[in-house]
Design a protein around this ligand. Structure first.
Ligand SMILES: Nc1nc2c(c(=O)[nH]1)N[C@H]1C(S)=C(S)[C@@H](COP(=O)(O)O)O[C@H]1N2
Ligand SMILES: [Mo]
Length: 308
């Protein structure tokens, strides 16, 4: 059974529209390629229209080619070039998401009912992978908070757990035991409700390519990239800290919080610097990936070496 959160338009069926000035100016910064793709409509997917959202990084966006071909998505192979080559087996429509647990309106929601096209925002976020590379990505999505609020969290909602699709036919990498499947992630409720936390459906003005987590993925820009779980089918509000794929596979290497922190090394390498894809010289990694002003207070009084 499909439940509705409210009146909705099928964002996935939106036809390319004229883009307004702010977006046009932004895309001038992104580069001619993205705009040409949008204008011609021969994109990876349908064009999306979104208003510019808050928290835009000053950084130059990473080339779309790199963002869509250099990925981690272990369901399609463990090499960076494999998701772009192999993710074509994923069927992203129809897609529904189970919202359950400590909320007033649990149910299975069609994606079109969960995400309203009128509420889509574009945000330019820094992305820092735990392995030491980084990118700057123009995402399109809605604040996760808006979806959780619509579900009506109850007092037991202290954490949010997320799950990726589990289907070995569509995701052949799940036949290999490199991680516990399905991929799982989680956030504390205040992190999930933070205005920076985004549920993304697109990038570079288009619906998400499969390799980037179509049709719906999480983006938490102050955390290491693996918190950004892809191809989400389940969102559960609960009172206990969720199990997460990387934390289960190597608890001493990947903590639950995974806030970007140059002062807490990974046991096998330093986190002090990063290689921004497309740049030559390494950059210093910033606390909370440069979002400390917005999020540091969430962790006031916590020992970030213990809660890494
Ligand atoms: N389901 C799933 N989500 C995932 C992963 C994965 O293997 N499976 N990899 C994570 C990691 S380690 C990173 S860095 C980002 C990379 O994808 P992106 O470049 O599209 O953000 O996705 C994250 N989400
Ligand atoms: Mo990553």
């Amino acid at each position: 059974m499909q439940h509705r959160l409210g009146p909705a338009l099928p964002w996935s069926e939106i036809t390319p529209q004229r883009l307004y000035l702010a977006r046009r100016e932004f895309l001038a910064g992104v580069g001619a390629t993205a705009f040409a793709t949008l204008a011609s409509g021969t994109a990876l997917g349908a064009a999306l229209t979104a208003k510019p959202g808050p928290f835009r990084a000053d950084d130059k966006p990473t080339a779309k080619e790199a963002v869509t071909t250099y990925n981690n998505f272990y369901e399609f192979g463990v090499e960076k070039d494999e998701p772009a080559k192999n993710a074509g087996t994923l069927r992203t429509s129809p897609w529904s998401v189970v919202v359950e647990g400590a909320c007033e309106r649990p149910g299975s929601y069609a994606l079109d009912d969960l995400i309203k096209p009128a509420s889509l925002e574009e945000r330019l976020y820094r992305h820092r992978c735990v392995e030491g590379w980084s990118m700057v990505i123009p995402w399109i999505g809605v604040p996760l908070a808006s979806v959780l609020q619509a579900a009506g969290p109850t007092p037991g909602a202290k954490y949010v757990a997320f799950e990726t699709l589990y289907d070995t036919a569509q995701m052949p990498g799940q036949t290999r035991r490199v991680l516990e499947w399905p991929y799982r992630e989680g956030l504390r409720i205040d992190e999930a409700m933070h205005p920076l936390t985004l549920l993304a459906v697109g990038l570079y003005g288009e619906t998400l390519p499969n390799q980037n987590g179509a049709p719906l993925r999480l983006v938490v820009p102050w955390k290491y990239g693996f918190k950004g779980i892809k191809s989400i089918v389940r969102i559960k509000l609960q009172d206990s800290q969720p199990r997460t794929a990387w934390n289960v596979s190597a608890p001493n290497e990947y903590g639950f919080y995974s806030n970007v922190n140059p002062d807490v090394d990974h046991p096998r390498w330093s986190q002090k610097t990063e290689r921004r894809i497309g740049e030559f010289r390494r950059r210093d990694t910033l606390p909370f990936n440069g979002y400390g002003e917005q999020v540091a207070e969430l962790y006031a009084g916590m020992d970030l070496r213990k809660f890494f």
